[in-house]
Design a protein around this ligand. Structure first.
Ligand code: S3P
Length: 436
């Protein structure tokens, strides 16, 4: 599907964005492994999360859904051998997190995915899970993955060379099935939804306060579990989805927008911190805790911004916001350089290549590096009219859609329907918040 969008005069109102994708995946997984009935309120019914729901249905879990909630009857830590292959579609989170769970089962299973997922690296989970005793067969580190589980698994202490919540979660989930304490250390702390939710379901998770990087503990351990207790979980709005609306309100003159009920977990809020340093008028209001996660309303006003450099210390806290950060940097006065972000090359698309090629088309002065890019921003920048490629990557499509709001003419986005991966009503919500 192609979509054609054009300039908005202002972004205004009070909105809610869809539920957090990371939290929805984890809630489905842990509810499936719990002993009894859980409710997941306000879940994200996007393509990626539906892949996770289908995977657990295939392994014997009863999952009922209505427009708002999921009703999951967990069958305990031991799942049933899936009928056929598990199809993960475009979802890296489904594949990598489920690998940790399948590693601790006593059956053999196979995970497949779409063309993009089949190019994404899986050695990062194969390596630690093999050390724990599971056997993997893959296509040179790529899908399809054949997993022969082992129960119990070996408890390991694993020091990862990357900050990836998907890898960390796979190891922690496998740790539920291990013989002793499983330890995971990462360079900079990645999103900690798994740790928080595992605790809520009754698993024994410990954060090592003595092991810190940048004032935050980056070492976590888990003990094996006999059972998980079912929960009633409410999923907050996704800050990675809110990011596109925050950007729209910052960039379109006269805007004033409030986004209610957004997850502001400190391992996810790097984008807000960075924007405030650039001079953005953003305030975080009504902070409360819901289902073990901090949630708040975010108020944003149009702001004149200055450039800022990002490095490897901040990237994990805003990894999914780099494409939309790039657009903001194009309109922030001065040079912004992003480095230490090589992981962007192995996301749903090569996001560095995608940003550089499509931003060049719309007139951004941008230079490419192996681990990032550099943008020469101008306060008066207005993208040129163009036909642009999303590379079937939801976050690239949404970034280009926000660019159209400040464009000199019409922007046509190819394969625009990929927003369904994380934000099914994205274009409708953008239209309703854009006032002409
Ligand atoms: C996610 C972790 C991140 C992120 C992805 C979701 C998760 O990936 O980019 O969209 O839910 O754990 P990495 O673990 O590869 O950094």
């Amino acid at each position: 599907m192609k979509i054609t969008l054009s300039k908005a005069n202002k972004i205004e109102g009070t909105i809610e964005v869809p539920a957090d994708k990371s939290i929805t995946h984890r809630a489905i997984m842990l509810s499936s492994l719990a002993q009894g009935r859980s409710i997941v309120r306000n879940y994200l019914p996007s393509d990626d999360c539906i892949r996770t729901i289908d995977a657990f249905k295939k392994m014997g879990v009863e999952i009922k859904q209505d427009a708002k909630n999921l009703y999951i009857k967990g069958i305990g830590l031991k799942l049933n051998k899936p009928r056929g292959e598990i199809y993960a579609g475009n979802s890296g989170t489904t594949t990598r997190l489920i690998s940790g769970i399948l590693a601790g089962q006593t059956f053999e299973s196979v995970i497949t995915g779409d063309e993009s997922l089949s190019k994404r690296p899986m050695r990062r989970v194969i390596d630690p899970l093999t050390k724990m005793g599971a056997q993997f067969m893959s296509n040179n580190g790529l899908l399809p993955l054949k997993i022969k589980g082992q129960n119990p698994l070996n408890a390991i202490s694993y020091e990862s060379d990357k900050s990836s919540a998907q890898v960390k979660s796979a190891v922690l989930f496998a740790g539920l099935y291990a013989k002793g304490k499983t330890v995971y250390i990462e360079p900079v702390k990645s999103r900690d939804h798994s740790e928080r939710m595992l605790k809520a379901f009754g698993a024994q998770v410990e954060i090592d306060r003595n092991n810190v990087s940048n004032n935050v503990s980056n070492k976590v351990s888990i003990l094996p579990a006999q059972k998980l207790n079912p929960q009633d979980i409410s999923v907050p709005g996704d800050i990675s989805s809110a990011a596109f609306f925050i950007a729209a309100a910052l960039l379109v003159p006269n805007s004033n927008l409030t986004i209610k009920n957004v997850n502001v977990n400190p391992t996810r809020d790097g984008f807000i911190e960075v924007l405030q340093k650039m001079g953005a008028d953003i305030s975080i209001n009504n902070v409360k805790e819901v289902s073990g996660e901090p949630v708040a309303d975010i108020a944003v006003k149009y702001s004149k911004l200055k450039s800022l450099n990002l490095d490897a210390q901040i990237i994990p806290r805003m990894i999914d916001e780099i494409p939309i950060f790039a657009l903001i940097a194009s309109k922030a006065q001065g040079v912004s350089k992003v480095s230490g972000a090589g992981e962007l090359r192995v996301k749903e698309s090569d996001r560095i290549a995608a940003i550089v090629s499509q931003f060049s088309k719309i007139g951004v002065e941008i230079k490419e590096f192996e681990d990032g890019f550099e943008i020469n921003g101008r306060g008066d920048f207005a993208p040129k009219a163009a036909e642009v490629e999303s590379y079937k990557d939801h976050r690239i499509a949404m970034t280009l859609a926000v660019a159209s709001l400040i464009s000199q003419g019409e922007t046509t986005i190819n394969d625009a329907e990929c927003v369904n991966i994380s934000f099914p009503n994205f274009y409708e919500l953008l239209k309703s918040a854009s006032k002409s």
